[in-house]
Design a protein around this ligand. Structure first.
Ligand code: HEC
Length: 178
């Protein structure tokens, strides 16, 4: 065995020991925290938990926006989105949907002689206030499951505020702002 070989073997051994020691030291210095959730979420994981009810849809409150809402723009939006089904004039007729004059402050299913869904009639003891309208106009079918109003909703909160401000104006003495 040559001296060179011994030297080389010693070098390898030293390197190995250094490597081991540094590993131990590193282990002492760094306390790896176990991940609380797996770093990679597999699609299968949620299925293990019991299916929970879908979270109630949250709609941004409209109250704070009404003070600065634009009823004229609301009228234009309503002409575009609602007027095919709703008449807004005082004493105007029902169409595919009920007449909406004076809707704010009125009970749900307010129009005489309109054939409301059972879902809407069932809410007759509830008043159409600003937030009820807000939720209904955001997503009619989610706010009142079973409604016959075949309208997807107005997702833009500012536009909803404008339409509600317009509906508020359909009254001889508009309801106070919230
Ligand atoms: C495709 C027709 C259609 C469109 C478009 C439509 N609606 Fe309706 N709307 C209805 C029908 C039908 C009802 C009655 C719902 C029921 O009985 O469940 C209704 C009911 C309502 C009610 C409740 C009235 C009450 O007496 O309780 C409000 C408020 C309303 N609509 C507002 C609007 C607004 C505002 C728009 C536009 C952004 C709109 N709707 C667009 C058909 C429509």
């Amino acid at each position: 065995m040559s001296l060179e070989f011994n030297k080389a073997a010693a070098a390898v051994l030293t390197a190995g020991i250094t490597f081991m020691v540094s590993g131990v030291v590193a282990g002492l210095l760094i306390h790896p925290k176990p991940l609380e959730r797996p770093a990679i979420e597999t699609g299968a994981a949620p299925a293990a938990t019991a299916p929970s009810a879908p979270a109630a849809p949250t709609v941004e409150p409209i109250g704070p926006l009404l003070a600065n809402a634009n009823a004229d723009n609301g009228r234009a939006v309503a002409q575009r989105l609602c007027a095919s089904c709703h008449n807004f004039a005082q004493g105007g007729p029902n169409g595919v949907g009920p007449n909406l004059y004076g809707i704010i402050g009125s009970p749900h299913a307010h129009a005489e002689g309109f054939n409301y869904s059972a879902a809407m009639r069932g809410l007759h003891d509830k008043t159409w206030d600003y937030e009820a309208l807000n939720a209904f106009l955001a997503r009619p079918a989610a706010a009142i499951p079973g409604t016959r109003m075949a309208f997807a909703g107005i997702s833009n909160t500012g536009q909803r505020a404008d339409v509600i401000a317009f509906l508020r104006s359909l009254s001889p003495n508009p309801a106070p702002l919230p």
